[in-house]
Design a protein. Structure first.
Length: 204
């Protein structure tokens, strides 16, 4: 009985097509996993930056609000907040928790925060938080520009609480000091926005 030997010099077209198809499927799966992991990493980094920036803002605001110093008989002390004539969010107060930007050490500092449109931002509808600080012995705040403290803010509001009621506007010369101040900040996180909210006691 004669055996016929069949030699193969390469792969058939069908085998090549199957191998290519399997390779493409594997590469697609790997690329999908890589894209998902990369997207999650970018989101976490963006959220981490937003959380860090907001935490820094809250730490500073909380320290200054808890250090509020206001006396009705002293016209140099103040506590007011709400909206400016241009409808910009602001809060202004005298505090014992000043920084080196305030000038004289040991003096009472006047601190003002104001949210303004950010003309330098790449993203539309974002705001920059301006901050100014000086002592009660220095130039009034109306003649000062301040400096940008935080950029990219989507929204920021203040609310003031006293005797069971929340108010959007406050002036201590008329209402005395509020018992608490609520600060709400919305920061960007990729294509989404992340809201933050915190409440601080005001010393009476």
């Amino acid at each position: 009985m004669t055996a016929t030997l069949r030699t193969q010099n390469g792969f058939t077209l069908l085998e090549v097509l199957v191998a290519v198809t399997v390779t493409v499927l594997l590469m697609t799966a790997v690329y999908g996993v890589f894209t998902s992991v990369s997207g999650a990493k970018q989101r976490l980094e963006s959220e981490g930056e937003s959380y860090h920036q907001t935490r820094v803002l809250y730490d500073r605001l909380g320290r200054e609000l808890r250090g509020t110093y206001w006396r009705q008989a002293n016209s140099q002390t103040r506590f007011m907040g709400g909206r400016t004539r241009d409808n910009y969010t602001f809060v202004e107060l005298t505090t014992t928790a000043g920084t080196p930007f305030g000038g004289r050490r040991g003096a009472i500092s006047v601190v003002r925060y104001e949210l303004r449109p950010d003309t330098e931002a790449e993203e539309p509808d974002t705001w920059v938080l301006m901050r100014d600080e000086y002592t009660t012995f220095d130039v009034p705040v109306q003649e000062r520009e301040g400096y940008p403290l935080a950029r990219g803010i989507r929204e920021m509001t203040f609310r003031f609480y006293k005797n069971g009621q929340w108010e959007d506007e406050w002036d201590a010369s008329r209402d005395g000091l509020p018992q608490m101040v609520e600060v709400s900040i919305t920061m960007p996180s990729g294509e989404q926005s992340v809201p933050f909210r915190s409440t601080f006691d005001v010393p009476q």
